[in-house]
Ligand binder design. Structure first.
Ligand code: NDP
Length: 450
């Protein structure tokens, strides 16, 4: 029996690849997931319904739409928009929108699938989706960004709704973009719907949503250190990125007494040997969120080292927090980190570490947390925002932080419960995959074939 289940699971892996050979990232993620859950499924008869397992990888619906709009010079522009509505077995479709030239169906399917496990792990009422467009806000002025967002909303608004699909931000989509899309959706529907999270506070957003992914990530790091009897205070941290997740991760790390040494963007990395100070962080927040400048300006202003086209993983550190984008930390980076004394890697971004890098962490006893567990704070606070919007009652920052900490604690518990050990440490990857799988599988079984 055990062998026949293994044979069937291997068949599913092969069919995912042959069905969509062009979707290498998505297939790679499914393959890795099936490898993690395979021993659990073969041991537990109640999790051997292959119909349900196959359905885990097939989105309920994929929407692709044209976004044509006129820029400020009156020239027509054309972009492609997508929404992968992966599953609504646990709640309304939920997941971010990404505006970046690299956006394509493969990336969005991988992100939406990972979102289904992440949202399941939170224990909250959240389905899973991901969407976006091949549009780069950095290439346009404020008015053009608004025009594009309104055109995006016009093509997409019929698919959103507080019980249907509730998108949020991701790379290239922050409070500004959500504000424009949300506002135009309200205009078209002639209603103040709860269709989006990540809204500005004045539009009904949560006080903690901008910080939540990053704060949750640092709370998860604290849980890991506590569980593994390690001392956190005074440790050095290298962070990649300088967007929403990276900068609030830096803020919380400083609050927790850590020394942050790097920030980066797609042009290079800034290294601060004596640590990034609160003043430097304030400067960077204004630089990135208001002036939309480059990270090299931080180095110029404070006379710090800037290395063009380099990543933070060549510099010594105790903890690495990749907070920029997928596949930004590769096998050789993992080896560098180990040589330079790193003891923990906690993902703020979605799948920033390649599968080969993760193998290195596991082999050499670096504590490793996958984003589907450690960056789930953002979507959790989105669920709190949805709860607040539906009752019309605002939560205090204290209540939000308390609930966020509890959620990260619950996710950590599940990782430990299901993951077992890899080398000296809990296998957080396996734990997150099985923990996410168990809740989703049970809900799907309960809801019948559909
Ligand atoms: P932002 O757009 O705010 O910031 C992204 C940052 O990553 C920027 O500094 C950007 O630099 C950098 N970056 C992007 N691509 C590359 C690249 N190829 N090489 C180096 N740096 C790069 O996005 P977020 O902070 O919101 O998201 C970051 C990650 O966190 C993503 O993986 C996202 O999916 C994940 N995430 C975000 C959540 C959220 O709540 N925002 C929730 C959960 C996960 P540049 O400006 O030069 O492009």
């Amino acid at each position: 029996m055990e062998n026949s289940i293994n044979r069937e699971l291997n068949k599913i892996k092969r069919s995912i690849i042959s069905h969509q050979p062009e979707q290498e990232i998505f297939s790679g993620v499914v393959d890795s997931f099936l490898n993690q859950i395979q021993p659990f499924v073969t041991k537990n008869k109640e999790y051997q319904n292959l119909g349900i397992i196959k359905r885990l990888f097939e989105p309920n619906r994929i929407i692709q739409f044209r976004i044509s709009w006129l820029n400020e010079k009156g020239k027509e522009e054309l972009n492609r928009g997508y929404r992968v509505q992966f599953t609504n077995a646990l709640g309304p479709y939920k997941g971010g929108l990404r505006f970046h030239p690299s956006v394509n169906l493969d990336i969005l399917k991988f992100l939406a699938f990972e979102q289904s496990l992440k949202n399941s792990l939170t224990g909250l009422q959240l389905g899973a989706a991901k969407g976006g467009a091949d549009f780069n806000p950095a290439d346009y002025n404020e008015q053009d960004v608004m025009r594009f967002c309104q055109a995006f909303a016009a093509s997409f608004y019929t698919f959103t709704g507080k019980n249907e699909d509730v998108p949020a931000g991701d790379i290239g989509v922050g409070e500004r973009e959500i504000g424009y899309i949300f506002g135009y959706t309200n205009k078209l529907k002639d209603s103040f719907g709860g269709d989006y999270t990540g809204k500005n506070y004045f539009s009904g957003g949560s006080k903690l949503r901008p910080q939540s992914t990053a704060y949750g990530c640092l709370y998860f790091l604290a849980e890991m250190f506590n569980y593994n009897n390690l001392k956190l205070n005074g440790k050095t941290v290298n962070i990649s990125g300088s967007g929403n997740v990276a900068l609030y991760a830096c803020e919380k790390a400083l609050d927790m007494g850590l020394k942050v040494q790097t920030l980066s963007d797609s042009s290079g990395v800034v290294y601060a040997k004596n640590g990034i100070s609160s003043e430097m962080l304030d400067f960077t927040m204004k630089l990135k969120f208001e002036k939309r400048g480059r990270i090299s300006e931080l180095a110029e202003k404070y006379n710090l080292e800037f290395s063009e086209d380099k990543k933070p993983w060549n510099y010594p550190c105790d903890i690495a927090l990749p907070c920029a984008t997928q596949n930004e930390l590769e096998k050789h980076d993992a080896e560098n980190l180990k040589e330079n004394g790193c003891i923990a890697v906690v993902e703020g971004a979605n799948m920033p570490c390649t599968h080969d890098a993760v193998k290195v962490f596991h082999k050499i006893n670096i504590l490793y947390a996958p984003g589907k567990a450690s960056n789930a704070g953002g979507v959790s606070v989105s669920a709190f925002e949805m709860a607040q919007n539906s009752t019309g009652y605002r939560w205090t920052i204290e209540k939000l932080e308390k609930r966020l900490k509890e959620t990260m604690h619950t996710i950590h518990d599940q990782c430990v419960k299901y993951g077992g050990k890899v080398g000296k440490h809990p296998n957080y990857l396996k734990g997150a995959d099985i923990g996410g799988f168990v809740r989703l599988y049970n809900a799907m079984r309960n809801q019948g074939v559909q």
